[in-house]
Design a protein around this ligand. Structure first.
Ligand SMILES: Nc1ncnc2c1ncn2[C@@H]1O[C@H](COP(=O)(O)OP(=O)(O)O)[C@@H](O)[C@H]1O
Ligand SMILES: [Mg+2]
Length: 404
């Protein structure tokens, strides 16, 4: 553990502070169904119960905005703002939190602030981030303070649908180990979009923009190979941590598949960058017709197999697929606890009720052993009975949160 910390990009935890990551105060303003809400959890796991439509998932979504990205619903910033409510529409929304982290407490504020452009009708969908009261240039800085992973009912289809959901899932795991991944990924995606736009607009004359186009492709080659390398590195570490069954959870065999990843298997990163740069230059004509780019880490996929059954996850039962996702998530939390000094925040939406009692108790045991602040939702209190006083409980009804 000490060795892992020495090689970790994070400062060593301060003094004898408990090695944990936990939200200790959360405030929502004009967020989804909430006009305003405030809750003060402690380091224990959080249980949110209440009827359908009460606002449980909305609360988890608010926590998910403490990390970079579009939250657990992948929403547009404008969708999140409360429709109706006392202040009327167009006033923006905010999530503020105080967290304990292994390096000390931190205050995070984020949301959508409507700038002066709103008045002129050119409203920008810009997410504002403040850390300890200071405005941050972008949201990627959040990954330095908070790691969050989630499991939602929509993810029951993660192994059945296209690769983009699996890439997002993998990238979220990578953010925890390598906070710079978020910035690299957004620079790569930005260059990818810009290049596509240039090729589309300058369909006939793209030769004239060689300098600009070449610069974007260079950016894509360096950031793209770094993105692929970070994913590959985390998958290798996870493979070791979740290859075998843990209690009732199956072993998961993970590989990341893609051309850039294959280049990295075969040679040094610099050679992969050259190959990607060359491939982008050679595919300009095809890409100007098809849009996007034929090749790059935006095409990679995370392949998962059920280790004991030696079966691709997509062919496993829904319950087995969920168990695989939980196994991967727990392995990720164990590794992060060892390397970063704290397990990530775990957002488990409607997970507990769908597990049989044996798996449910095994999940609770793991969460408590990890010291992870897991936020768990359900309609039925009794499901969380085995947690006893080890969890902090809130009841939610009609977007009103009360400590239970
Ligand atoms: N932007 C919004 N403004 C106001 N209400 C919203 C907004 N987005 C979602 N809602 C409401 O939030 C409720 C769903 O809350 P949710 O957290 O998903 O419920 P649950 O407790 O079942 O998880 C719905 O009633 C929905 O209409
Ligand atoms: Mg819900």
């Amino acid at each position: 553990m000490l060795d892992a910390r020495q090689t970790s990009p994070y400062p060593t935890p301060v003094g004898d502070a408990p090695a944990a990551l936990a939200v200790t105060r959360l405030t929502l303003t004009r967020f989804r169904g909430y006009d305003s809400a405030r809750l003060e959890p402690d380091h224990r796991p959080v249980v949110l119960t209440g009827p359908n439509g009460a606002g449980k998932t909305n609360l988890l979504e608010a926590v998910s905005f403490l990390a970079p990205g579009r939250g657990l619903r992948g929403a547009k910033l404008s969708e999140v703002e409360r429709i109706g409510g006392s202040t009327g529409n167009g006033a923006g929304w905010a999530v503020a939190a105080v967290l304990d982290t292994p390096t000390g407490p931190v205050e995070i504020g984020t949301g959508r602030e409507i700038g002066p452009q709103a008045a002129s009708g050119v409203e920008r969908d810009r997410r504002v981030v403040r850390v300890d009261g200071h405005p941050a240039k972008g949201q990627t800085v959040l990954a330095e303070h908070v790691a969050v992973v989630w499991l939602t009912p929509q993810m029951d289809r993660l192994f059945l649908e296209g690769s983009s959901g699996r890439r997002r899932f993998l990238d979220r795991l990578v953010f925890g180990f390598d906070p710079a991944h978020a910035g690299r990924l957004s620079r790569y995606e930005h260059a990818l979009r810009e290049r596509a736009r240039l090729l589309r607009e300058g369909h006939r004359g793209w030769n004239g923009d060689e300098g600009w186009l070449g610069g974007l492709e260079d950016q894509m080659a360096t950031t793209g190979v770094a993105v692929a390398a970070a994913r590959r590195d985390v998958v290798q570490r996870l493979r070791a941590a979740c290859g075998r069954a843990v209690g009732p959870f199956p072993g998961a065999d993970l590989t990341v598949q893609g051309t850039v990843e294959r280049w990295l298997d075969e040679g040094p990163a610099l050679a992969a960058e050259d190959a990607l740069r060359r491939s982008l230059r050679d595919s300009r004509r095809a890409d100007s017709d098809g849009g996007g780019a034929t090749l790059g880490p935006h095409k990679s996929d995370l392949a998962v197999r059920h280790a004991q059954k030696d079966m691709p996850a997509a062919l496993c039962s829904t319950g087995e697929q969920k168990a695989l996702l939980i196994a991967i998530m727990l392995a990720n939390a164990r590794l992060l606890a060892a390397e970063r000094g704290a397990a990530p925040l775990l957002l488990l939406d409607e997970v507990a009720a769908h597990l049989d009692p044996q798996r449910r108790e095994a999940l609770f045991d793991e969460i408590l052993a990890l010291g992870a602040q897991a936020w768990m939702t359900g309609t039925d209190d009794s499901v969380f009975g085995p947690l006893g006083g080890a969890a902090k409980r809130f009841h939610i009804e009609d977007a009103t949160v009360t400590p239970a």
